[in-house]
Structures are given as structure tokens and as C-alpha cells.
Design a protein around this ligand. Structure first.
Ligand code: NAD
Length: 341
């Protein structure tokens, strides 16, 4: 029998599966009755061979979905690539078009989850609660070294005012901050709420805190670089919960060493696919840049956990299943933002 005739229309091969993915996707599968095939490994040109007769693959942020992988998926008669995330910079959409494979994503599962994590990073870096937590456990009740600043009245600059940037702006306004924003499209509702849209350089020049919420693409790659850092205020705080590639890591390390960057909070990292979502506590990390970053007392790294809330995982499972259901039934999805190809 040829591969073409035996593939299973309702079988989904999951890559980069974590225990919590299984929990949430299994929980919501009753009404859909898909056959779920879970692989812990990342999808890449080698692991694509694991797929057996599945018409659908479900991938996450660090799976490699380049032309080579897509060509192999097409040979295996895969019809749908379902991203269980919002960002899609890891997928070659042109190749998917060429091989006639549909690509869908979960455009907005919980913007609040990511926006709230960005604010949690700001508060932690500022008020040093992570240090205080350890300190009092050692019965050290001194306050030296824990000095913070009032957020009230400070200027927060947001790059990218889509679902997450908008939610983050509301939180920042709630703290009494002045909010500047840069996006390729201005948002009238946000202007009414009190956000000022300005040029990108103005965000760099005037912000005490810069938080990034734009996608990674050719225009935004390394938007934080030597030149943009030079424009920033002394002691600026930079927060990146979007994609690691927005930051030129070497330049940021230099900015931290010179004291120009006062605080850095990153939930994403340029080379994260070799590190994040794994327990490497017994390994020798070969990536010197992340080790250098983690050695700074004013740098907070979380391992791509901004999305990680109960509400977000529920939405991710339900929207992914519904996207697939619509594509199987009518080759289309009502929510146009969910359909990439
Ligand atoms: P969105 O599509 O709703 O918004 C993105 C915004 O960026 C849009 O308003 C768009 O106009 C703007 N934009 C595009 N190009 C730009 C440019 N060159 N300069 C400035 N702005 C530009 O996306 P979202 O749901 O708000 O997500 C934003 C990003 O957050 C995603 O691309 C993803 O990479 C990241 N993300 C991270 C996590 C996490 O767990 N850390 C979770 C979800 C999403």
C-alpha cells in the first residue's frame, strides 16, 4: 500500500512535547477524537522520519520547519502544520505554499499571560524579590542592595502593539507610567487610553524601560543593537518576552558590562533552541553568551515561560484542535489571523 493511501486524516504527530502538552491536549480531545502521537524530540530534518501516516504535525516555537523539513513532510503526505503558538518565524511559509501544506497558528491564546510575565520581570528586576526571597531564608534581614525605584511616573516604551503589546500597555498605564509605543500601525484605541505613538528612535531615547512585543522578522532582527543601545538612557531596563533574535546578544553583553544597560529581563534567547524546555542541570553548557548573561546580578532569565498559564494552555489546546477541525472540514479557518498559508 502506498503512503498516500494509508495516511490517517485524524492523526496528529506532536513534536517538542512536554508533559503539560499531553495533559492539556489529552484533556480536550474528547470532543474531537483525534489520534495523538507524541514525540519529545524537536522536529528537524532527521526526526521527520518518526512521522507515521499522520496528516497533521503540531509544532512549537523551536521546532525546525524549514524547506527541507517541509519537503519531507509533503513526501509523507502531511497536509497541515499546526503551530501551537503565536509566533511563526521558525516556519518557511513560502515552502509550505509551494508544497501545498496548510499552516495554522494560535494567534492570541492569552495575551495577558505574556504581558503579565513582562511586568513580573520588571517588578522582579526592580524590587529584587528573587534576591530577598533567598536572603531572608538565610536569616539576613538587611536591605542593602535591594534598593528599587517607583514605577509610577516612569516612561515605558513598547515596541509592537499587537495583542500582547496592547495588554502590556494597559498594565503599564495602571501603574501610572507614561507609555510610548512604536508599531508599523498605530492603534487609535490605545491613543485614547493615553499611549503616545512615536518613532522607534524616540522610544529608545526617552524610555526608562523598553519592552518588546513585535514579531521576529527581517525588519526587527537585532533591533536592539550597538546603535540603538547608544541612543538609550543610562541605566535603561530592557525586557524581551517576544523572540530572542530581536536582541544582538553580544551588544547587550557589552552594554551591561559598560553599565549603560541597568537591567535586562529575557524570557527568550537567540540560541534558546539548544537550551530551553530541558533540564540541563548536570550538563556542561557550551553556550558562553548565556552563561555570561546569567552571571550578571542585574539580568533575569526565564526559559520561555511567559505563555505558561492554565488559561493559555487551555486556549492553545482548544484553538489548535478547532483550527485543524476547520481545515479538515472546509480547508479554511474563520479567524483569518490563525491561517498563515
Ligand atoms: P500580534 O501579531 O498580535 O502583534 C505583533 C505586533 O507587532 C503588530 O501590531 C505588528 O504590527 C507589530 N509589528 C510588526 N512588525 C513590526 C516592526 N517592524 N516594528 C514594530 N512593530 C511591528 O502578536 P502578539 O500576539 O502580540 O505577539 C507578539 C510576539 O510575542 C509574537 O510574535 C511572539 O514572538 C511573542 N510571544 C512570546 C511568547 C512567550 O511565551 N514568550 C508567547 C506568545 C508570543
Amino acid at each position: 500500500m502506498s503512503v498516500n493511501s494509508i495516511y490517517n486524516k485524524k492523526k496528529i504527530a506532536f513534536f517538542s512535547t512536554q508533559p503539560y502538552d499531553k495533559t492539556f491536549f489529552n484533556k480536550y480531545n474528547d470532543e474531537f477524537s483525534y489520534e495523538l502521537d507524541y514525540f519529545e524530540t524537536q522536529l528537524n530534518p532527521q526526526t521527520v522520519l518518526l512521522i507515521e501516516n499522520a496528516a497533521i504535525v503540531c509544532v512549537f516555537v523551536n521546532d525546525i520547519v524549514n524547506e527541507e523539513v517541509i519537503r519531507q513532510l509533503a513526501e509523507k503526505n502531511v497536509k497541515i502544520i499546526a503551530l501551537r503558538c503565536a509566533g511563526f518565524n521558525n516556519v518557511d511559509l513560502e515552502a509550505a505554499k509551494k508544497y501545498n501544506i496548510k499552516v495554522c497558528r494560535v494567534p492570541a491564546y492569552s495575551p495577558q499571560a505574556v504581558a503579565e510575565h513582562a511586568m513580573a520581570m520588571i517588578l522582579t528586576l526592580n524590587r529584587k524579590t528573587h534576591k530577598a526571597y533567598n536572603r531572608v531564608r538565610e536569616q539576613n534581614f538587611a536591605l542593602n542592595g535591594l534598593l528599587g525605584f517607583d514605577l509610577f511616573g516612569k516612561t515605558i516604551g513598547i515596541i509592537g502593539t499587537g495583542n500582547i503589546g496592547k495588554a502590556f500597555a494597559k498594565i503599564a498605564l495602571g501603574f501610572g507610567c507614561k507609555v510610548l509605543a512604536y508599531d508599523i500601525v498605530e492603534n487609535d484605541e490605545m491613543i485614547k487610553d493615553g499611549v503616545s505613538f512615536v518613532g522607534l528612535n524616540e522610544v529608545f531615547k526617552s524610555s526608562d524601560i523598553i519592552s518588546m512585543h513585535c514579531p521576529l522578522n527581517d525588519q526587527t532582527r537585532h533591533v536592539i543593537n550597538k546603535d540603538s543601545i547608544a541612543l538609550m538612557k543610562e541605566n535603561v531596563m530592557i525586557i524581551n518576552t517576544s523572540r530572542g533574535g530581536l536582541i544582538d546578544t553580544a551588544c547587550v553583553i557589552e552594554g551591561l558590562k559598560q553599565g549603560k544597560i541597568g537591567y535586562l529581563g529575557i524570557d527568550v534567547y537567540e540560541q534558546e533552541e539548544k537550551l530551553f524546555f530541558r533540564d540541563l542541570s548536570a550538563d556542561i553548557i557550551q553556550d558562553d553568551a548565556i552563561q555570561r548573561l546569567m552571571s550578571f546580578p542585574n539580568v533575569l532569565v526565564t526559559a520561555h515561560q511567559a505563555f505558561f498559564t492554565n488559561e493559555a494552555l487551555t486556549q492553545i489546546a482548544l484553538v489548535t484542535f478547532n483550527n485543524i477541525k476547520s481545515l479538515l472540514a472546509q480547508n479554511d479557518i474563520e479567524n483569518k489571523a490563525a491561517l498563515l498559508v
